[in-house]
Structures are given as C-alpha cells and as structure tokens.
Ligand binder design. Sequence first.
Ligand SMILES: NC(=O)c1ccc[n+]([C@@H]2O[C@H](COP(=O)([O-])OP(=O)(O)OC[C@H]3O[C@@H](n4cnc5c(N)ncnc54)[C@H](O)[C@@H]3O)[C@@H](O)[C@H]2O)c1
Length: 505
Amino acid sequence: MTGLDLSSPVAVVGTGTMGQGIAQVALVAGHRVRLYDAAPGRAREAADAIGARLDRLVEKDRLTAADRDAARARLAAAEHLTDLADCTLVVEAVLERLDVKQQLFRELEDIVVEDCLLATNTSSLSVTAIAGALRHPGRFVGLHFFNPAPLLPLVEVVSGFATDVSSATRAYETARAWGKTPVACADTPGFIVNRIARPFYAEAFAVYEAQGAEPATIDAVMRECGGFKMGPFELTDLIGQDVNESVTHSVWRAFFQDVRFTPSLAQQRLVESGRLGRKSGQGWYDYTDGAERDEPHTAEPAQAPAYVVAEGDLGPASELLALIREAGIPVREDEEDHGSRLVLPSGGQLALADGQTSVEFRDVVYFDLALDYRRATRIALSASQDTSQQTLAEAVGLFQALGKDVSVIGDVPGMIVARTVARIVDLAHDAVAKGVATQEDIDTAMRLGVNYPLGPFEWSRRLGRNWAYSLLDDLHLRDPSGRYAPSLALYRHAYASDKREGSTS
Ligand SMILES: NC(=O)c1ccc[n+]([C@@H]2O[C@H](COP(=O)([O-])OP(=O)(O)OC[C@H]3O[C@@H](n4cnc5c(N)ncnc54)[C@H](O)[C@@H]3O)[C@@H](O)[C@H]2O)c1
C-alpha cells in the first residue's frame, strides 16, 4: 500500500506550533493543504507564518522560488470545518484535552468523506480514548510528530484498539512519502519515545536529589562520557520544565502511578517557583544577563599511578586496558580472577559502576559507563568517605593520564550514565515484551526522536546480555522501592543468555 494520492487535499486542524509544522511538511511534499483553527483569524495567520518559513527556505537555497510559489498556491485557510469535506486526511493538532479532541472528531466524522483518514497528533492522550467518540474508529490513528515537525524526521504511527491495519499502513506510508521516518507503535502511555526516555531525566534528577552531584557536573558527564548531545538539566531547561514535568506526570498517572515513572520533587519545586527554563530566564541554570555559567566539578591534576593490575574482564570497559598501555602506564594482568577490577598501587581498586556502593567494599572507586572510552573527554568517579585519599588520587591521575577530565561525585550506586542506560535498556525490553513496538523501531525512535547516540537495543548488545539486568538487580537490592526492579523481559533476556552459555549461576 502507498500513502495518500498527491491530488488529495490534506487538512490540519489546530494551527499552533505543531499544526503549522505538520502543514508545512504536507505542503512541501506536494499536497494541497487546508488549515482550520477555532480561534478567528488564526488559520490565516498560520498560513502567513508558513509562507514566511518557505521564504526562509528559499533564502537558504533549500527550496526554489518556483516551488515556494507553487506551495503557497496550494495552501489555504478554511473558514469553517465544513470546508474540509473533500479532504482525505485530517491531522488534528488542537489543545491537549480529551473532551476537545473528541468533540472535534465527532463533528468531523459528519463532514468528511467515508475513506478519509483521521489522525491525532496527541502526545499524551490515548488514541483509543479519542476514537471512543467515533462511529467508525477503524480509520482513526495517531500520527505523533516531534517539534519542530519540518526538521525532526521521526513520526510515531499509533494504532488504537480499534484502528484498522489498513489505516495504520496508510498513515505510515503517508509519513514516509512526506520524507519522514515512521515507526509503528501500540497505544500505550508515552508511545515509544516519551515512555522510554523517562529515566534520562529521572535518573539525573535522582542523582542530584541524592546530593550525588550538581546539575552542571551531571550534564557534563552525560555529554562527555555518555555521548548524549545534551545533558538532562540543560535539555529540560530548553524544553521547558513545565512541559517536561507534565509529560512525566501524564506517563506516571497513565501507568497507575507505577513507581518506575515517579516524577521528581526537585523538578516540581522548580515548576512551582516559576523557574521554567530558558523561557523564564531561570531553570536549573540562570539565563539572566550577566549570570555566571555553572561549571562542572573537575578534579585538580593528580599523579598517574606507576602501574595497574588488571583482574578479570572489565566487560564494557575492556578498551581501557589498551588506553592505559598507550598512555605509557604498565598493565599487569593477574591470572587469578578476583572480580572485574583494576588494582592500583595503593592496594585500592577501580571498578566499573555496577549498582553497588563504594562504602560496601574496602577501598573501591567506581568509574562510570562511557559510550566510548577512547573518545570520552570526561569520566565520573565515585568514592565513599571511607575511600583512601591515595586510592582516589591514583584513580583521578589514571584517567587524567588518558586525557580525560575527571568529575568526582558522591557514592551513588550505578553512578550517572550507567544507571540511566540500564533503565533505558530495561524499559525498551519491557516495551517490546508488551507489544508496544519492535526492537528496530524502538532503536530508530530513540535515535531520531531524542537524538540518543545509540538505540537501547544497540546499547544492550554492546554492553552484553547480563549487564543491565545485573546492575538493576544490584540497585533494586539497595533501593527496594521498585523503581529499579528489572522487568521480567530483561530477566528473560539475561537468563536466556545464561542457559545458552551453559552457566548455572
Ligand atoms: N508542542 C509540542 O512540542 C508537541 C509535540 C508533539 C505533539 N504535540 C501535541 O500537538 C497538539 C497541539 O500542540 P501545540 O503545541 O501545537 O499547541 P498550540 O497551543 O500551539 O496550538 C493549538 C491550536 O489549536 C487551536 N484549537 C484549540 N481548540 C481547537 C478546536 N476545538 N478546533 C480547532 N482548533 C482548536 C488553538 O486555537 C491553537 O491555535 C497537542 O495535542 C499536543 O499534545 C505537541
């Protein structure tokens, strides 16, 4: 099946931020587009705004003047909803309220032709619930674009309980014909991206609330060690704390207050105080004129250790051994495997974050998970008050000798990147097991929708089948609230590997 015929007019109802973006996408793809908005004059203003954006594309040589003129000629503002009668697709982007959307679709159903596809751009309401208002819910689908729609390629195509396969396919093919990358998903809270991305924010806020590190340090570690484009604090300041918090709340409520999605008290305080981020001049950071930029904690230079002893397999951090040797520090490999650690001359140990706390062991410093230890420019270390100063100094000196900035954080189990990635991997496995989407679509959605450097399944394969499960299991033991309880799907994944490898542990 292919997408919509280009001769078919497309309607966009609700011409605010998203409606304008979606209309521009359909228009540039070659459709005639009708804009309708309940607020008088708003559709006309939206048409002018889209026209101005097309002008800028021409200035930037991304659209020819002739194509711009043709597109403008295909765009029209509708006075009445009844002007949409001959459209074969209506995309709704009105206020995020169930009663408003249901009422609109009830009216539309009486106006449009029988084979008109009806789509909602809702980000937090149930597609199934909106369709509850329709006589023919089979033709109703979610088409979830991301902001700004003309730039971001991802579109989640959401099938409600009653959506016909043919309607979902038509929506999917249409999004593809519009130059987007569609992914198919079931109608569950947050769809793919807004569900699986929750720990990216929540774990950073939790580390901050646990006095583990300041926002600037956590952001720097997530970027420079974790490989994320932006840290959670700076990103939520950009999105708006109110907007981000409201998505978190809606997913948490929709999952019957599942503890894994619990909102952050610190973020709530921020919202309550009107510190909404860049748009209000203050959020986690201060954007007022002349405000000083918060700098991440970066350790003072320390002496590199004379040698290290490698015990066992460092798993996802194995590449460190080559880097240490390249830095001219001898690595002795210990035949006896006492665990997966580097032993420092002080007798203290350095271990990859694993969900345990430093205080539980004699003289252990943990280091965080890096996307790529060679390319990482910063590494986080966690130590407890019992860690010897010499061990910590040797650990700092070791990573500095590899050319990394070092941030020392509190004794937070699972540290920053490791706990975040483990939880994202877990939610992704859980989502596949619950039929939300395929592994491939989840990877695509997280890379394109929120710019992650790797999809959760790509990450999971890289880290090894047991890695996320074992880290979360350790965290769950230390925080039995259920927040870190690994899902049955992740358990199955890890257990299957044990059986396959013949292990009985
Ligand atoms: N803003 C985002 O980042 C984003 C991203 C993805 C999805 N969404 C979803 O897209 C939808 C629109 O969001 P937005 O940010 O563009 O909102 P917006 O406030 O910018 O625009 C909404 C528009 O809908 C109009 N409207 C309200 N009720 C109407 C009705 N009954 N009939 C016709 N027009 C009506 C308003 O006049 C307004 O112009 C929401 O469902 C939202 O959840 C938003």
